[in-house]
Design a protein around this ligand. Sequence first.
Ligand SMILES: [Zn+2]
Length: 388
Amino acid sequence: MLKYFSADWVFPVSVAPIENGVVSVNEAGEIQEVLTPAAAQQRQIKVNKHKGAIVPGFINTHCHLELSHLFGEIPERTGLVEFVQTVIKSRSADADAIQSAMHSADQRLFNNGIVAVGDISNQVISKEIKQQSKIYYHTFVEALSFNPDRAVATMDYAIEIKSQFAPLPATVVPHAPYSVSPELFALINTSAEEDEAFISIHNQETTHENEFFETKSGNFLQLYQFLGLNLSFFKPSGKTALQTWLPYIKKQKTLLVHNTVTSKADVAFAKQHHGNLYWCLCPQANLYIENTLPDVDLFISEDLKITLGTDSLASNHQLNILAEMKTLQSLKKVEFEKLLQWATINGAEFLGLEDQFGTIEVGKSPGLNLIQLSKDFEIESDRVIKLA
Ligand SMILES: [Zn+2]
């Protein structure tokens, strides 16, 4: 049986929004038709008319289910170095508590209208939840070791975790420029090329990250001291973090996450050195950790492919893509249709899911979210009602 849904606005994303548009879906949630109100009226179709706007299911390209039990545990606005140390110190917990926190995070993601997630993992503990979830998960198994002597062992370990995730989709990725040696980058790059895998990496989350690569100074030195790593092998490149690591990843599709201190020169460098980059913004996590936001205007004017992520409950009060959109709309004045594209088709494309998700088009099963907008498309609430 078909269901017909209508609202004040339908945003298919693939084409212009349709006022009072009508969408029909079958029981499996597959889009059968997208109609104008006139066409629906002509055929005397009985519709379920809602107040608000119908949009495709959201794609969250950056999350860490594994850290869900740290909800409310990590102080806000301490800066990245303090944040990372606190996460490392507080990570371990009772296995049941970790499982139940991940389970409820998965439910919340689903209830917030999210249909697909790119999830960072360091262990295999989220596998069962992902397998049973109604959400599509792609797992990024994070390799991390800044000590070049540990590159081979670290890569072997990450490949082992990846194989334990099978048959779920998973790829091995670098954690961040400051936690992956050039040797480990090379191994990750080779393996990604062989598997035609896409990559995700935390990029330029704080000015200290650039400082470390430019002059081997700043509070990252404290972090290595905390980690007990002797940095005598490390020579600063004299360049920013991005300009240092990007050449290690030759051509695989890559998602740069955070980009809080990425500059115009970095963007120019990135465009020159890599043809297939996506840029993930996690505004609420940036506000939580560093109390700052990336130069969104720059990214828009440079026409970068932007996606959205929630990061984890260690650095966010919720896992809600609509809330991320609302934050960017109110603080950075980004127009709604642009935000919607970032939250849907761009993320779907990065995860290779554009045939199923990202737009309301016949044959896709993108999920249908009902949200509330003002007359001039201001997001009025971060509450999502799932229609399909
Ligand atoms: Zn993250």
